[in-house]
Design a protein around this ligand. Structure first.
Ligand code: PHE
Length: 426
């Protein structure tokens, strides 16, 4: 790495934590959620329009570099949380990273927001597996809402606020399975049982409304496009499951039944008082927060088969989408892929993590890395040495690849595996 990395006009001195390839730094400039004619921007716009006049401020301009304090510490992440590790997170240096979630901006929003609630949309970054639905950059939409404890008749006010959320015809599966508020996920002392109950209902109704509107738009578009599938006329089915986040308690996750599968959609919960205190709000506030990943939902709504397409610069992609419309993506010609295997012996006590292999492939292949899979693993019965084999499919969305260029990329992948993890290529 160079001595410094400049990002959004700020300079970061690199150190032993720095682990951001140029490929990822380039992605931070794209800001797809701000493009009103891109599926991610169209979905953001749709959600904002549905939530208009409901007391939320919309934030769409937060830059992706944040401090470890904003992303983790202030939210109560324990020191040994795996999210903090270099194999999960892109660090500019020890104290600065690419946000791994929009919750990194909760503090500043709680501090500055002048309406009862806010919505943040932003690009977020995580090292992750490589497949059709995972990409190291994706987007989240975060929401939060607070009340002042000094509101006269606070409980009646929350009830009124609940009533003002438009009704949906969502079916809540198994509502009595409702998570008990338990030791793992306790009620916090700063609220009464009644307040927890009311805020929980407000949170769940708000999330159900948001999700229902999005999926209703998807059904509407499918009907307009002539689809007659029966699910288009059935009410949306959801369920609430228990979840755990360091900065909310109790916490839940909503799952949506869509085309025969439960989709994990959105984590949420009642904000830990410590976060509100950290934001300087004193003991006066209570509230909830949620965070939705929007790429997966956009893939469903727009019929996009591969998450990498969102980042395509090909006009055959971008010309298909327009502000305010949910059109179904029409695939364009695919180019053949080139498969290469890499097998190696690991040194004893190797620290090689699957994500490290993914990252090395990403670094050299960029978007041409279509998939990487660990296809074989065994321990030699005599020597006790461990062997692994990864199958890499190099495939471009936009062009034919040559064997020569892929050999070159693949050699670099092997060289890095040797250099950084001391493996013996077989
Ligand atoms: N930030 C969480 C995630 O990335 C989602 C979340 C947001 C959960 C706000 C609770 C409150 O999964």
């Amino acid at each position: 790495y160079p001595d410094e990395i400049v990002l959004d006009g700020k300079s970061y001195k690199t150190d032993e934590w720095t682990n951001i390839p140029d490929f990822i730094l380039e992605l931070t400039k794209r800001q797809l959620h701000q493009n009103p004619n891109h599926p991610i921007g169209i979905l953001r716009d749709l959600i904002e329009r549905n939530m208009k006049d409901m007391g939320y401020t919309f934030y769409n301009n937060f830059k992706p570099a944040v401090t470890t304090f904003q992303n983790f510490d202030v939210l109560g992440f324990p020191d040994d949380h795996p999210g903090r590790s270099k194999s999960d997170t892109y660090y500019l240096n020890k104290d600065n990273l690419l946000r791994t979630h929009t919750s990194a901006h909760e503090l500043e929003c709680f501090q500055t927001c002048e309406t009862p609630g806010y919505l943040i949309t932003a690009d977020v970054y995580r090292k992750d597996e490589i497949d059709r639905t995972h990409y190291p950059a994706f987007h989240q939409l975060e929401g939060a809402r607070t009340w002042s404890k000094n509101t006269p008749n606070l409980e009646e006010q929350i009830l009124k606020d609940i009533e003002s959320i438009p009704k949906t015809n969502i079916i809540v599966e198994d509502p009595f399975r409702e998570q008990p508020i338990n030791a793992e996920n306790p009620k916090q002392d700063y609220m009464t049982e009644k307040q927890v109950q009311l805020i929980q209902v407000h949170l769940k109704k708000s999330v159900e409304f948001l999700v229902n509107q999005v999926f209703e738009t998807a059904r509407e578009s499918a009907r307009l496009a002539g689809s007659t599938e029966p699910y288009l006329n059935e009410p949306l089915k959801i369920r609430w499951v228990e979840a755990y986040f360091p900065w909310t308690s109790p916490s839940w996750e909503i799952e949506v039944w869509w085309k025969g599968e439960w989709l994990e959609c959105c984590g949420c919960g009642i904000v830990q008082q410590q976060v509100l205190l950290n934001a300087g709000l004193g003991e006066d506030k209570l509230g909830w927060a949620f965070g939705i990943g929007i790429d997966r939902i956009a893939m469903l709504l727009f019929g996009i088969p591969d998450i990498r397409l969102f980042w395509s610069l090909d006009e055959r992609f971008s010309n298909q989408f327009q502000q305010g419309k949910i059109a179904t993506f029409v695939p364009y010609s695919k180019f053949p892929g080139i498969k290469r295997d890499v097998s190696f012996w690991l040194p004893t006590d190797s620290l090689l993590h699957e994500n490290d292999v993914m990252e090395i492939v990403r670094t050299h292949a960029g978007d041409v890395a279509e998939s990487v899979a660990n296809i074989d693993e065994f321990v030699h019965p005599k020597t006790g040495r461990k062997s692994q084999c990864y199958r890499i499919n190099y495939q471009s969305m936009d062009r034919n690849l040559t064997n020569e260029e892929i050999n070159e990329v693949h050699n670099k992948v092997e060289a890095d595996l040797k250099k950084y993890f001391d493996v013996e290529i077989r």
